[in-house]
Design a protein around this ligand. Structure first.
Ligand code: AMP
Ligand code: ZN
Length: 666
């Protein structure tokens, strides 16, 4: 097999696995195996830029930056949909249709109305060529780089697809992914996103496609446009699209008549809450394309389709009290405690009030009757107060001025929505929250210790900060509730084991505000040691990739605090990793020092990365292209002919894998 064949085979294998996982929801291989194959392909592509392909699965990770999104005119206009709100509206719609088509039986395709951002994606000869936002319907923005990172969108089609067509759909953010993104934001003290739809649509306009790649976006497709497409109806079109590799939800039904349309609506009006993504209605389309052609369009929308909007479920209930929660970073969240009420299949007792501005805007008071709605979030929202039902003696809500947990006066920085309790070191939920963050999986990953035990340790006076964890003994924790000899030992062992956790995780674990996982990695890589980071000035910090003023200030503040520095010194004393450990190879030598190598092709014993590392461990340098400065080319199978020619011309020694090994031994 040639290199090109190997690359091609890896690409189609990876495409197929992406499809299995993201479209069919049926993984065939483990994440680990997938990553291995992807790495292999990345290495081959890096060594053979001549086989570059913009639609290779390696391009999914993003990286391309779009400074200005180009405006592109749609080949076919993207229309809106007329809305309907009742069965009568639909009956009227059918009457209007039959005025044009005559009194013929009409079949309809019923689809869910996905709530996201619409997109039009063009394919040329089975390759994704361009993705454009809806814009004003006539023209939109070219967001191709960002769209390619969405794993369920095929970059390369399969089966018997037309040479040229566009497909339209909705970019959505499923609830689970949205909640996870928000959880991560809350953890580092950032404001969470308000709903999945806006977050999905905002994601399309991010400049850095690798940021888009990190978001768990999905794309649900619903319409094909083009000339002479190989189907006669909407229902068939969706079936064909699935065969070519697209994700067109299976919650689609062919209805023989309006009664069957009503059945579909009734079913999904209640069952939509079980779907993993948000829907705000049903879209009903005349199934036969010949009928669609006859019906045509109004100025704004097709006559052959209509949206039926679900009534967003609202209930009214009484506000019993407002309580205030204190988060790990000291942020205060007001919570409405409601008279329990049934809403969209669950019993609602609480709703978020977000912040002081929201309370003021709603003019909400204890004793009020309020309207509650379930939107894109898991926690329901209060939409409005029913002023007609306000008790005459109700009192205006005054936002608390002191921390409910430690009584410290709250602060609110300019431009921030939330109030904070500034008593970083004395406010119990902040102390406990910080330790809980420290031990969490992505931070110190301490086995045998959970969030509840942390609270227990704190409440029993055994720990006051995360450094105290390293002083704990089995005897001390044994008397705690639900603690046995075995679990006490596990806890102490887990804490001890965490001393090997790498510096970047430790940095994240410290819980510096706005320093999330990614930022911690960047800082660790840049500064290498905690002392260097501590000595960094504001001007130094903002020069680091992705570090803005807000993060820089927060880092400075953290290290200005003496208490933090004492804690860090104690962590150092206990042997935690406070610097990046460059892995030293015990077999390292200097035998290649002063020599430059170029590595090309594929090898049997070594992976390309191993080979490069071996050269560097022995003092050699690895160059990226062959030049007069190159001393050796290590050539594997299928090294490109042009490289071989160049090396020969320059008189450079070409080593096979075997001769390289021999050179290494001697
Ligand atoms: P509206 O924005 O309320 O005018 O609704 C029209 C929009 O609904 C379209 O532009 C699409 O983005 C979106 N939509 C969601 N699901 C579907 C679907 N199954 N068929 C057609 N359009 C849909
Ligand atoms: Zn407090």
């Amino acid at each position: 097999m040639t290199i090109q064949d190997t690359i091609q085979q890896l690409r189609s294998e990876l495409d197929q696995h992406n499809y299995n996982y993201y479209v069919l929801d049926q993984a065939q291989i483990s994440d680990f195996e997938f990553d291995q194959k992807l790495k292999e392909l990345q290495a081959l592509e890096a060594a053979h830029p001549e086989f570059f392909d913009a639609n290779s699965p390696t391009q999914r990770v993003g990286g391309a930056i779009t400074k200005n999104f180009q405006t592109v005119v749609h080949d076919y206009r993207m229309y809106s949909l007329d809305n309907s709100y009742s069965k009568e509206d639909l009956v009227d719609w059918e009457i209007r249709i039959q005025k044009v088509l005559g009194d013929v039986p009409i079949e309809y395709t019923c689809e869910l109305k996905y709530d996201g951002a619409s997109i039009s994606i063009t394919y040329e000869n089975g390759q994704l060529s361009r993705a454009v936002t809806r814009g004003d319907g006539f023209q939109g923005d070219d967001v191709t780089n960002n769209i390619k990172t969405i794993r369920s969108i095929p970059l390369q089609l399969k089966g018997d697809f037309p040479a040229h067509f566009a497909i339209r759909g909705e970019i959505i953010l499923p609830f689970a992914g949205f909640e996870k993104m928000n959880q991560e934001l809350i953890e580092i003290g950032e404001t969470p996103y308000s709903n999945p739809r806006n977050t999905a649509s905002g994601s399309l306009k991010l400049q850095d496609s690798s940021e888009v790649a990190k978001r768990p976006l999905d794309c649900l497709l619903y319409s094909l446009v083009g000339n002479n497409l190989p189907f006669q109806s909407q229902f068939e079109a969706l079936q064909e699209a699935r065969d070519w590799g697209f994700k067109a939800p299976k919650e689609t039904k062919l209805a023989k008549n309006l009664d069957e349309v009503f059945e579909f609506i009734t079913h999904w009006d209640t069952h939509r809450h079980e779907l993993p993504y948000e829907t705000d209605g049903v879209v009903i389309k005349v199934n036969a394309l010949s009928y669609q052609d006859e019906l045509g369009y109004t100025a704004k929308s097709p006559r052959w389709a209509i949206a039926y909007k679900f009534k967003s479920e609202q209930v009214s209930t009484e506000l019993r009290s407002i309580s205030y929660q204190v988060g790990r970073t000291g942020a205060i969240t007001p919570v409405a405690n409601l008279e329990p009420v049934q809403l969209a299949g669950t019993i609602v007792k609480r709703a978020s009030l977000h912040n002081a501005d929201q309370i003021e805007k709603l003019d909400i008071r204890v004793g009020d009757t309020v309207f509650v709605e379930k939107g894109g979030e898991i926690i329901p929202k209060i939409i409005a107060v029913d002023f007609a039902k306000r008790p005459v003696d109700s009192a205006i809500t005054h936002y608390i001025t002191n921390c409910p947990e430690c009584q410290t006066i709250l602060v609110r920085s300019e431009g921030e929505a939330n109030h904070y309790c500034p008593n970083f070191y004395g406010c119990p939920p902040q102390i406990i929250g910080r330790i809980q963050h420290f031990i969490s999986r992505k931070a110190m990953d301490i086995e045998g210790l959970g969030g509840e035990t942390v609270a227990l340790l704190y409440n029993n006076g055994l720990v006051h900060n995360y450094a105290d964890l390293y002083d704990l003994t089995v005897e001390q924790v044994l008397p705690l509730e639900r603690m046995a000899q075995k679990s006490a030992e596990n806890l102490i062992n887990g804490v001890a084991k965490s001393k090997d956790i790498p510096f970047e995780n430790v940095l994240f674990a410290l819980g510096i505000r706005f320093v999330g996982e990614t930022v911690a990695k960047k800082l660790a890589k840049h500064y290498k040691t905690i002392s260097a980071l501590k000595n960094a000035t504001f001007d130094d910090l903002i020069l680091v990739d992705e570090i803005g003023e807000r993060i820089a200030k927060s880092v400075l503040e953290f290290f200005e605090n003496e208490e933090n520095n004492l804690i860090i010194e104690r962590l150092r004393f206990h042997g935690l990793q406070l610097e990046i450990v460059e892995k030293v190879n015990p077999n390292a030598t200097t035998k290649f020092s002063g020599k430059t190598f170029v590595v090309s092709g594929v090898f049997e014993q070594f992976s390309r990365d191993d080979l490069k590392k071996t050269i560097e461990d022995n003092g050699g340098k690895v160059g990226s292209s062959i030049s007069s400065k190159t001393d050796y080319v290590v050539a594997g199978d299928n090294m490109g002919p042009s490289k071989l020619e160049k090396a020969t011309k320059l008189g450079i020694t070409i080593l096979s894998e075997e001769s390289f090994s021999i050179l290494l031994q001697n």
